[in-house]
Design a protein around this ligand. Structure first.
Ligand SMILES: [Zn+2]
Length: 454
C-alpha cells in the first residue's frame, strides 16, 4: 500500500466507471433555470446507497437538491471537500449535432451539456469517492482526513439554492481544510511548455451603472447637449485602454512561472507583463489572443459595458442615457477605488457613476494541496508545470473562501489537437470531453487525493 500511485491501479476499470457515471449524469436535464437538480441528486444517492453509503440530501427549495456524503478519516487532518455543481446552462438545441442530454459517445468523445462544466469532474469525484470508500473497507485503514463529496445545485444561475444556502445554513457541512472545485486545470501550451493553471484566487464582481445627463428636445431640431453622445464618449474612454494595473502575489507568481519556462527574448518579454509601461505591448505581441486577453484580465480590474438604455420615442431626444457595466474586480480593490478609477478615466461630471455592492474576490495561500497537484501533473504529464492562477470569473468557491476553506479550482484537462479549449466548450455548442481526458483527470485527481489524504 506504500506509495500507491494511479499507475498501479486498475485504472481502466475506474475510467469505465467514471464514463458510466458521466453518461448517466448528462442524461439528467438539469438546465438552470429551472434546475431540476433532483434528477442528478437521485442518481448520486442511488450510486452511493448501492455501496452502503448514506447521502445527505439538501433541498432548500422544491427540486433544488444538493448531495453531501462523507467517508470518515482517522481525524489526523481536517477534511478534503470534493466539490462540483450538478446544474448546467441552457442549450441552443438547433446548434448541436447531437442530443445535448443524450450522453452520446462518438469518436472517443462523450457529448452533452455539462461534459466539461462540470459533470465530468462530478463523475470523477464520485468515482474516486467510491474507490477510496471500497479501499478503506477492504483494508480497514481509514484515510488521514475525511473525504467529503459535495455536489451542489444552482451554480449557474443565482447560486442561492446551492452552495450559498449550504454555507449560510449548514456551515458544518463545509468545515474543511481543503476543497477541489472547478476554475482551473486546463492545460495551455505556451511555446514548447505546457502549463496547468491552478485557480487560487478569484476576482470580485460588481455592477456599475453610468448615467449620462443631457437636455431633452425635439428630434427634428438637434442640439449640442445630447445624453446619448455623452454616454458614447464615456464608454469610448472607459474601453479604449485597461484600467490601472494591480498585480496580486498569485498573478506575480503565475507570470514568474510562465516566464521561467521560456527562453531568451520570450522570457524577458513575459517578465515585462507586470510593467505598466510595457504590459500592453507585450500582450499585443503574443500570438494567441485568447491568452493575451486572459492575462490582461488577471492584471486589471475590467469594465465591460453590456446593457445600454436610452430613449422612449423616435422623435424625442432623451435627457438621460445609461449603461450597465460588468466590472470584475482584482481582490483587494474596494468599490470606491474602482469608482474613482472609472471616474478619472471618464472625466465628465455629467456622467453619474452608481455602484452596486461588491461580491468580493479572494486570494488563497499556496499550500500542500498545490504541491500535491504539481506532483500529480509531473507524474502524468511529464515536463508540464502547475502555476497559481487568478480566475477572472466567479465560482462557488467564493462562498467557501470566507469560511477559511482552501479552495482550488483544478479540473485536469490535457489540450488536444483539433479540439477547442475547455474554456470555449463550456457553455458552447457540442460540449464534449474525450475519454482520454476523463482517464487523465482520474489519474491526476486520484494521485492528488492519495497524496493529501492517503
Ligand atoms: Zn461550472
Amino acid at each position: 500500500m506504500m506509495n500507491l500511485s494511479a499507475r498501479d491501479l486498475p485504472m481502466a476499470a475506474l475510467t469505465a466507471e467514471a464514463q458510466r457515471h458521466l453518461v448517466a449524469l448528462l442524461r439528467c436535464d438539469t438546465t438552470n433555470p429551472p434546475g431540476n437538480e433532483y434528477l442528478a441528486a437521485a442518481y448520486l444517492r442511488d450510486q452511493l446507497a448501492a455501496e452502503d453509503i448514506e447521502a445527505r440530501l439538501i433541498e432548500p427549495a422544491p427540486g433544488r437538491v444538493s448531495v453531501w456524503a462523507r467517508l470518515a478519516g482517522s481525524g489526523a487532518a481536517r477534511p478534503l471537500l470534493l466539490v462540483s455543481h450538478t446544474d448546467v446552462v441552457p442549450v441552443e438545441r438547433a446548434k448541436w449535432t447531437t442530443d445535448p442530454f443524450g450522453g452520446e459517445e462518438r469518436d472517443g468523445f462523450i457529448y452533452g451539456r455539462g461534459a466539461v462544466d462540470m459533470k465530468d469532474m462530478l463523475a470523477l469525484e464520485l468515482t474516486l469517492f467510491l474507490h477510496f470508500a471500497r479501499r478503506v473497507r477492504a483494508t480497514g485503514q481509514p484515510l488521514r482526513r475525511d473525504l467529503i463529496l459535495l455536489a451542489v445545485a444552482d451554480e449557474e444561475d443565482s447560486g442561492t439554492h446551492g452552495m450559498q444556502w449550504i454555507c449560510e445554513h449548514m456551515p458544518e457541512l463545509v468545515a474543511a481544510e481543503y476543497a477541489l472545485n472547478e476554475g482551473g486545470g486546463m492545460g495551455i501550451d505556451l511555446g514548447k511548455q505546457r502549463i496547468y493553471p491552478c485557480e487560487m484566487a478569484q476576482k470580485g464582481a460588481m455592477r456599475v451603472t453610468l448615467r449620462a445627463q443631457g437636455a431633452p428636445g425635439h428630434a427634428a431640431v438637434p442640439h449640442g447637449d445630447l445624453a446619448v453622445r455623452r454616454l458614447a464618449q464615456a464608454l469610448e474612454r472607459l474601453t479604449a485602454a485597461p484600467l490601472p494595473m494591480h498585480v496580486i502575489p498569485t498573478v506575480r507568481r503565475f507570470i514568474g512561472v510562465i516566464a521561467a519556462t521560456q527562453v531568451g527574448a520570450q522570457r524577458a518579454m513575459l517578465g515585462q507583463l507586470t510593467n505598466p509601461m510595457l504590459s500592453e505591448r507585450v500582450l499585443a505581441a503574443l500570438p494567441n489572443h485568447d491568452v493575451a486577453n486572459a492575462l490582461r484580465a488577471m492584471l486589471h480590474t475590467t469594465a465591460s459595458p453590456t446593457i445600454l438604455t436610452a430613449g422612449t420615442a423616435l422623435n424625442v431626444i432623451p435627457s438621460e442615457a445609461s449603461a450597465q457595466v460588468d466590472c470584475r474586480v482584482i481582490p483587494g480593490q474596494t468599490p470606491e477605488m474602482v469608482r474613482g478609477e472609472i471616474a478619472r478615466r471618464i472625466g465628465d461630471p455629467r456622467v453619474v457613476i452608481d455602484i452596486d455592492p461588491l461580491s468580493p474576490g479572494y486570494e488563497m495561500p499556496q499550500t500542500a494541496l498545490f504541491d500535491a497537484l504539481g506532483r500529480a501533473i509531473a507524474t502524468h504529464d511529464p515536463g508540464a508545470v502547475v502555476a497559481p492562477y487568478l480566475f477572472p470569473a466567479v465560482s462557488d468557491s467564493r462562498y467557501l473562501a470566507p469560511r477559511g476553506v482552501i479552495a482550488y479550482g483544478f479540473v485536469p484537462h490535457q489540450p488536444e489537437a483539433g479540439v477547442p479549449p475547455v474554456q470555449s466548450l463550456a457553455h458552447g455548442h457540442d460540449e464534449r470531453v474525450s475519454v482520454a481526458n476523463l482517464h487523465f483527470g482520474l489519474r491526476v485527481l486520484h494521485d492528488t487525493v492519495q497524496d493529501i489524504a492517503g
